[in-house]
Design a protein around this ligand. Structure first.
Ligand SMILES: Nc1ncnc2c1ncn2[C@@H]1O[C@H](COP(=O)(O)OP(=O)(O)OP(=O)(O)O)[C@@H](O)[C@H]1O
Length: 270
């Protein structure tokens, strides 16, 4: 199963008495892009923190289940050992070191990794994000939002991960910049890195991923090939904001008869 893929098995996570993730199982096969969809508070970030072993920084802990990469168990390792094992996380909110230069941010990303690969990793991120080479000596806090997201991704890539964990990379970005980040994720994957992508932008995530999981209140409620989920009524209604065209047309006709009030309401459905 999975070869050297990432496997999460029956994972439960709590923050004190709060059970944020319940018996979640998922798999990121080698070379795949897998997405986890879900609304606010569904447990998406918690899941990534459990994999990267950064839960304890947030007061959380795994209460059952396992996380492995190939034959190697990751649960129980220190966060820097997870990076060394080949799993790097880009945290939510593009947390770069604002007062450090772009170059120093990238250097920090390589800390957990083998020294020998650093020059190649730097060449790779400069090729993916030429702007980071141009801004190398500039403080990270002075970059635009989109550039900071690029830096956060680049920093994670400096450890030359087998699996990249991405937490809401499009959050707060203009559509054009979100699309650029998406294109880059595709490129990173084409270069051989597997991706576990957590997103509220389901349309974007389902275009990138081959497989998707829907998380609701800490549990996986749906999973399957991304194109099948994208076509499913439930996902379209709940996560893609697609309304049933016939129902809207009917409601509009009703509204016209009733004096035009319904039209505004139907816009909020779905
Ligand atoms: N540090 C924390 N301490 C206590 N509870 C937390 C903490 N972080 C998250 N939670 C709770 O765990 C649950 C899952 O939160 P999580 O942040 O993983 O969801 P999410 O799907 O990533 O949502 P969002 O997109 O808003 O980050 C929520 O009920 C949340 O309130």
């Amino acid at each position: 199963m999975g070869g050297s893929g990432l496997v999460v098995r029956d994972l439960s996570v709590g923050y004190g008495p709060v059970r944020a993730v319940r018996r979640v199982s998922l798999e990121v096969p080698e070379g795949a892009v897998v997405t986890v969809l879900g609304s606010n508070g569904a447990g998406k970030s918690t899941l990534l923190r459990a994999v990267s072993r950064t839960l304890s920084f947030h007061g959380g802990a795994i209460t059952e289940g396992s996380v492995s990469l190939g034959d190697r168990r990751l649960d129980g390792l220190a966060p820097d050992r997870v990076v060394a094992a080949g799993v790097s996380q880009v945290p939510e909110g593009r947390r770069v070191f604002a007062r450090m230069t772009v170059a120093d941010n990238l250097r920090a990303g390589a800390l957990g990794a083998a020294r020998s690969g650093r020059a190649a990793a730097l060449a790779r991120v400069h090729e993916l994000f030429p702007v980071l080479a141009e801004r190398s000596g500039q403080r990270a806090g002075l970059l635009s939002g989109g550039e900071q997201q690029m830096l956060a991704v680049a920093r994670a890539l400096m450890a030359a991960p087998k699996v990249l964990l991405l937490d809401e990379p499009s959050l707060g970005l203009a559509p054009l910049m979100a699309q650029r980040i998406a294109d880059t994720v595709r490129e990173i994957n084409a270069q051989g890195t597997s991706v576990l992508l957590v997103e509220q932008n389901a349309a974007l995530a389902l275009r990138l991923a081959t497989r998707a999981y829907v998380l609701e209140v800490g549990e996986v409620t749906l999973s399957g090939p991304a194109d099948e989920l994208a076509a499913s009524d439930e996902v379209r209604r709940r996560y893609l904001g697609v309304v049933d065209e016939d129902a809207v047309a009917e409601a509009d006709a009703d509204a016209e008869r009733a004096g035009g009030v319904r039209r505004t309401l139907t816009r909020w459905r779905g």
